[in-house]
Design a protein around this ligand. Structure first.
Ligand SMILES: C[S@@+](CC[C@H](N)C(=O)[O-])C[C@H]1O[C@@H](n2cnc3c(N)ncnc32)[C@H](O)[C@@H]1O
Length: 276
């Protein structure tokens, strides 16, 4: 019997349904703090004329940021509604000439074919990688599409998130406590991200990713975001509390390297380069 595909038609439909409201979360206080921390890492590689692939571009927040810095961006997503939102965003900002949008499934796409030339920077931000199935194949595609001295930044939803576990323990919420258990997607497990019903995801630490991609890519560094900061779902806790937010932000920064080593955090950022 043929094996069921791990990512199926659920993925584009699920994300299509969220395209119009996605920015409410992504541009929330917590969303901005998380994204800023990823951009800290990207900033040294961003300059006019740099070629960037934004994999799983969503509504185009990063694609536009790169274009605003003069980069030449190929933004790819499996969800037609997300691709449309990205195209509309760059159009509104009069940056369409710097951003090419492509609708495609990263599990089956030849990145080099899709973009036409190699990239200096390849980024996949905020949980795209958790939706993919064959990470070694994905890594090989990235490696082919990456310039020899290029940089890759992948951001994964991590398996052990302290603020979420704390909330689960406090509220004796078994579902929350178990949410990030690694799923066996082949058994049709449909636990996933709250609000994204039926979306198959696997929570991956920086170590998990490092192991999965090691044939093609080498790790330069990794760190965690969201060891002390609240999750997107808990964002109301800090929305009106700037001092609490800045204290938690400092604590998060202090813990980010060891947290990534131990699999802890809401998200893990992993920075990679060509293996050889
Ligand atoms: C949580 S959103 C992140 C969007 C964006 N990178 C950001 O930072 O806001 C995840 C995105 O990954 C896309 N995605 C999920 N699986 C995909 C796949 N197999 N191929 C391409 N895109 C995918 C979804 O459509 C969605 O837009």
């Amino acid at each position: 019997m043929a094996e069921a595909p791990l990512v199926d038609a659920t993925t584009p439909a699920t994300f299509d349904a969220h395209a119009s409201s996605y920015d409410d979360v992504a541009l929330s206080v917590v969303g901005r703090v998380f994204r800023d921390r990823v951009r800290d890492e990207l900033r040294p590689f961003v300059a006019p004329g740099k070629r960037v692939f934004d994999l799983g571009c969503g509504t185009g927040l990063d694609a536009l940021w790169f274009a605003a810095h003069g980069c030449d961006v190929t933004a790819i997503d499996v969800s037609p509604a997300m691709v449309a939102a990205c195209a509309a965003r760059v159009e509104r900002a009069a940056k369409s000439q710097l951003v090419r949008t492509v609708e495609g499934d990263l599990d089956h796409l030849d990145l080099l074919d899709a973009a036409g030339e190699q990239a200096d920077v390849i980024v996949s931000n905020f949980g795209v990688i958790n939706c993919l199935t064959e990470l070694p194949t994905f890594a090989a595609a990235i490696s082919r599409a990456l310039a020899p001295d290029g940089t890759v930044v992948l951001v994964s939803m991590a398996p052990w998130c302290p603020p979420e576990l704390f909330q689960g323990l406090l509220g004796r919420n078994r579902e929350l406590l178990q949410r990030r258990r690694t799923l066996d997607l082949r058994e049709g497990d449909d636990r996933g991200v709250p609000g994204y019903d039926g979306l198959p995801v696997r929570y991956l630490s920086a170590r998990d990713i490092e192991r999965a991609v090691s044939r093609s890519l080498k790790v330069r560094s990794s760190y965690a975001i969201g060891t002390a900061l609240p999750t997107f779902e808990q964002r109301a806790l800090v929305e009106e509390r700037p001092r609490l937010l800045s204290a938690l932000r400092r604590l998060d920064r202090w813990a980010e390297r060891p947290a990534a080593r131990f699999g802890i955090g809401d998200h893990h950022v992993i920075v990679l380069e060509q293996a050889s």
